[in-house]
Design a protein around this ligand. Sequence first.
Ligand SMILES: *Cc1c(COP(=O)(O)O)cnc(C)c1O
Length: 432
Amino acid sequence: MQSTDSILKLDKQHVWHPYSSMQAETPVYPVKSAQGVQITLNDGRVLIDGMSSWWSAIHGYNHPVLNRAIEQQLHEMAHIMFGGLTHQPAVNLAKKLVDIAPEPLQSVFFSDSGSVAVEVALKMAIQYWYAKQQPQKNKMLSLRHGYHGDTFGAMSVSDPDNGMHSLFTHTLAKQLFVDAPACTFQQTCQPEDIAAFTQQLKQHHTDIAAVILEPIVQGAGGMRFYSPDYLRQLAELCKTYDVLLIADEIATGFGRTGKLFACEHAAIVPDILCLGKALTGGYMTLAATLTTAQVASTIAQGEPGLFMHGPTFMANPLACATALASLDLLLDSPWQQRVQNIEQILQTGLSPCQSFEHVREVRVLGAIGVIELHSAVDMQVIQAQFVEAGVWVRPFNKLVYLMPPFIISTAELEQLIEAVVGVVKGIRHSCG
Ligand SMILES: *Cc1c(COP(=O)(O)O)cnc(C)c1O
């Protein structure tokens, strides 16, 4: 096997990591393998995974059922172009997604990553109004603290400050924003909570194609949980003002918040739904954008009559076959119970952090646990401390957060939490 030193040397010389500098001093850790909720580093250390590889590995790693699905598909074909051709994994996955997604979402556009699924959603909304001969309805209205991906369209609707819109002023589409909802998950939505949103719609609805948001949980833009009542009222307002609603469930989809889709907390149905991340159980990169027959047929009947998008690796068979297996695995498992159990243990286990002076808030929803600090963590210091403590946790800014695989055992989860609470407790001493 190649030595760890040579891997690290090549990495440092040539490889860019997410949101990092090529001169980064923060270490990266070579991984040898992963199994269940355990990540084995090249040096033999074993870490309990608290991240599910960014919301995706809900069944844990190296799962025999997912391995079998991908191996079986590999013997048929790894890939085939999707223009003019179709295949069993794609049509069966589309049918399954339509079956489990809220009615009346029924047309599925496959793409290769979450950001692209969002681009596709934005284009669908714009083409919809173009087909209805209202091309001036081409702006998006979005919530501050949102995150929808790293491509230009997705960036334009993500939080303007987090997304560094100032850096891209001349290339980014200008969109409309309202402050993130102030009402929390447990609260009802008061008129003043939704007033800014209503005002924007009232004033700009003739120019707005769609509202795009992450239902209930805003992920990478701040790990905030907000009121289902807010979402319900917002969805009503979209109907009143004739604006489409795009739900970006790339992070929240497939059970993470305790419901299969976070929209279910508010019993709303978006016009367009984006899925990704956990779709293949973290095995392959695959995303999907679902819409209603009404949106699909309007696009079909207008000019140019075609939906103008088509990725090279659209509906990759290996990814579709794995996604199908992953969905069956999820739906046949007691996932509600597992998520509820994780929620309870996170609530109990993380609560001591509430009393730490440097902790602003602890919040838990479904299989998501968040410790928000008063100031940003020192990544160099804290990352090493987590690894020392035998866990894989990747904080950002002021947020230390956990979203373990659903299959984590109570003992493993308690071990993970104990390590995290210990490291967070120590921050006070290291940062003063
Ligand atoms: C991760 C994420 C995306 C982007 O997905 P990628 O696969 O990283 O392109 C979009 N929206 C939300 C809500 C996400 O969490």
